[in-house]
Design a protein around this ligand. Sequence first.
Ligand code: ACO
Length: 709
Amino acid sequence: MRRNKVDKSKILDSIFQPKSIAVVGASATPGKIGYTVVKNLIESKYEGKVYPINPSATEILGLKCYPSIEEVAGEIDAAVITTPAKTVLGITEQCGKKGVKGFIVITSGFGEVGDHELEEQIVETANRFGMRVLGPNIVGVLSNSGKMNASFAPFLPFNGKAALVSQSGALLIALDAASYTRGVGFDKLVSIGNMSDIDIADTIEWLNKDDQTFCISLYVEGFKNGRSFIDVCKKAQKPIIALKAGVSAHGAAAAASHTGSLAGAAKIYGSAFQQAGVVQATDLDNLFDRTLALSLQPSLRGEHLLIITNGGGVGVLATDAAERYGIPLTFAPEDVQAELKKHMPDFGSAKNPVDITGQAGTEWYVDAVRYAMAHPWVDGLVVLYCETAVSNPQEIAEGIHQAVLESGIKDKPITVSYVGGEKSDNAMKWLVEHGIPAYAAPDTAINAMAALREYARVQEMLNDKEVIYDGVDREKALKIIADARADGRDSLTEVEAKQVFAAYGLPITQNYLAKTEDQAVELAQKIGYPVVMKVVSPDILHKSDAGGVKVNVKDEQGVREAFKTIMANSKAYKANANIHGIVIQEMAPWGTEVILGSVNDATFGPTMMFGLGGIFVEVLKDVTFRVTPVSSNQATRMIGEIRGAPILAGARGEKPRDRDALAKTICQYSNMVLDLADEITESDANPVLVYENGQGLKVVDARIILKKK
Ligand code: ACO
């Protein structure tokens, strides 16, 4: 239980921008972490007060050393802890009493090795004094603008506009060094380790207000609370990009043992990032490349990408990449082509890519870039350059920069790729220093542009509103569930599950439960022939396997025969099965089979799935997920993003299926699983038959597994 919770963001100021730092466990022995942190603070020219704390030293690296934190006369904003795990709880208490606000625990040996209790005690104690804990099991915090290397990473990162938040400490150290060779700049690096108290969401919330951070890059292994992450990201005013590790089944297991936190399934994370307005990276290189673009350039808000190149080959490679990354090229309009033709030799091409030819010098680049940037048709520009003997890479870089400035356009993105040698590399560095992301391959420049497009797309999706439906009968659903629980069951029968679905407005097939043969005949006549008959028993989940299903039953005699056969088969299948009766169900006409389902994900809570039914779900696993609630726009996207989408759109001469009704049903289903999150752990509507436009759909079979209580 946390007490004395003070203004969260104020305390995070003490961690990310402390005015004074105590290093508890500071050491005079080179090579020790406690020595390195003090040395790093000095070498990074930290301007606040540094207080080394060590009971057996009087001076460390020229700084006065204190035997304990209580002995320090001045105020201490943050304490960096570099003593062994068993000492940390006592130090927490001492720091709390001293009035320290930020508690940065580098020490390992807590939750990640199974000692959750000690970790929790530290957080409890810290929070009791109003302190917040970063870590444990971290490298520390680095800030270029704060001239603060409060870590054991070797130096401050290459200076720039991004912030990197990493769940892996070792990776953070590696990326610190790589920031120089890659030329991707960061203002802050934050290692968050076990996230015992301050988590990714808290850190994003703080960085969102930080005027030195223009893009937030995340290395993520797993969240403890996925929903608070989504909420915080949705509110963020700057791009967030995430690299999720542990997306393969094996990788997920590795991530869990590494951080002690559970990694969710790849598909659920992918959807959650999209719903949170977060851009994704595929690997470390991609994280760097995309971070560079997102920290330097505005988003790509339209589909019209123009490529200007002096080489046909790189132009074609970029064209292929544009299609691959979801921003396919179209030809530029006539007026754009006519104007661009003036800035190239006769044998150039003004279509798209615009090939100003290998003969192109700086002026042609400048004229083409200036014109293209300013033209309203162009939403974003990729400039490619192959190093030639008739051009100067640096002059061209300066020309591109000058042209962008002269165009006066600030809200359209530009990325550049130079293919060449050292001169090209130097020119690209110059471009990056001047705010234009430049890459050594056309593919990468296009991928960076795709990140800027993805950012615009995911942000647009944030305007989606959840749809709330009238006429939901929650009490009825809860009563059905309570009755099943009273019966000692943790799953509902098909009839009960459908009643719950119906209580949330889902279109189910008509069904009635018959206890006797005569009742079955009466109900079949009420529904109208033909009917389907299925055994209803909590002990028989796979009804067909038990011979408990008869379809297309056409008349009274058929009903009587089917009743007897199903009862006999079911008893033969499981002698002591509790048989509630036989459900008589309308025989729904043929439609396209889809599946809706839900799982209660450990990280994101109630999460919903949609896919095509039958072989598509069983063999091809062609399904997509969303964290609930699902807005109607998201439901439409779900229907459009599965590989089998053309089947619903009306492939091979088939009439299009009623995707509006399907989208509505997905939303209703999502409302149901969110509303009943305390009761339902898993559910399926499978199959759901979708009819032609305007004809709606029908849930034919249903399954609900209850949470164990
Ligand atoms: N108050 C002040 N100083 C203390 C206290 C105390 N209560 N108790 C011990 N100290 C001093 C020690 O005397 C020592 O100083 P000395 O060198 O003058 O003797 C100093 O604190 C450090 O204590 P040691 O016992 O020497 O511990 P050591 O430095 O070997 O290890 C450490 C401590 C680094 C915290 C270690 O326990 C640890 O957790 N290492 C892993 C840290 C890590 O890797 N974190 C990031 C994980 S992410 C990644 O993979 C990179």
